[in-house]
Ligand binder design. Sequence first.
Ligand code: HEC
Ligand code: HEC
Length: 355
Amino acid sequence: MKIHTLVVGVLAVGVMVSCSKKPEPILVKKVVPVVVSPLAPVLQPRTGEPVKPVGAPKVADLAMVDLGKKLFFDPRLSKSGFISCNSCHNISMGGSDNLKSSIGHKWHQGPINAPTVLNSSLNLAQFWDGRAKDLKEQAGGPISNPGEMSFTHDLAVGVLQSIPAYVDEFKKVFKVDTIDIDKVTTAIAAFEETLVTPNSRFDKWLKGDDAAISKEELAGYELFKSSGCTSCHNGAALGGNSFQKMGVVQQYKSKSTAVGRFAVTKDNADRFQFKVPTLRNVELTYPYFHDGGAPTLAKAVEVMGQIQVGKTFTAEQNASIVAFLKTLTGDQPNFPIPQLPPSSDTTPAPQPFGK
Ligand code: HEC
Ligand code: HEC
């Protein structure tokens, strides 16, 4: 017996909706079921490649994700009332701040480049030196870091507890009356888990769509593989899954005092071992390296060629690798800007200036 399978998919269609007064167009997602004919060509996924496609976002608890999203955007988790997670991991800019190193409380000059939060759930550990084991453990760090949000966990929780709408929302999500830092970081991590970027042109190619990338981009990928870049940049994130020496063939020259994994393990063999950064959305996350030392993708590829694999690329080779890297930009997070509940009369005032 022959079985015809009907593939039922979902197509997101942009619909223009006009507001009553000024016809400001708003893009609303409408879900339209599509029936794909059984005769449509079936794409053959490419197997055996060192790079894998990024999966769709996993949402286990929508209410918790929504709460975590608000917290991610809420500057009241900082002493100044001005700095949120999104200040340094701007979701509108590839989840980064596009600065060599971040600006923290009272314009504090950060010691290291901010990695993107996009696809950070795929990392084996968090931070350049992997000192936080997961997103939940990581999220507590910046709130109390004097050079970042400069608050304390107790003060941040106090602020949230003074805002009735937050108290209600935590109650709805966690079924308890009191807010604590554990619940704050759990919710932020749940939101971050959704920040994955599937459907890049390269992933479409991996899934068998030959036309998704150009000849030059494909040549760049072949060169990326044959040059040994995939020995460290592999898997779904093209990185994030190992710590590797920065400067395998040649020493990396930097003014940064960061020592990498050594800071965690105190093992000399781990000196200058950094978590391999993901190359997903890398065209959006300049400048590059832990010290932000490479302003452009071309420069980063040149340096990697020389110090990691001992190769000096021609201008044409460099351009083709850069072209390939730009095919790794996937669907960026797409959601309405979260509306934050207002402070109450008892909410402690923010302290942007002074001590
Ligand atoms: C002042 C800027 C700043 C703020 C605010 C900030 N971060 Fe970061 N974030 C950084 C920097 C810099 C690093 C890298 C630090 C390191 O590796 O030592 C980082 C690292 C991370 C990482 C690890 C990514 C990876 O690939 O290792 C995650 C996840 C993250 N931050 C999430 C958050 C969340 C959640 C918040 C809010 C609670 C936040 N950040 C607030 C600057 C900031
Ligand atoms: C031995 C492992 C290894 C190899 C091989 C390797 N890389 Fe890297 N790559 C890293 C590490 C580690 C970093 C982060 C280094 C740092 O900032 O200290 C990095 C960073 C990068 C970055 C910057 C990403 C960012 O967000 O800062 C790019 C781009 C890059 N590599 C491309 C390449 C290319 C292209 C090749 C092949 C020519 C290559 N890499 C080979 C380990 C490797």
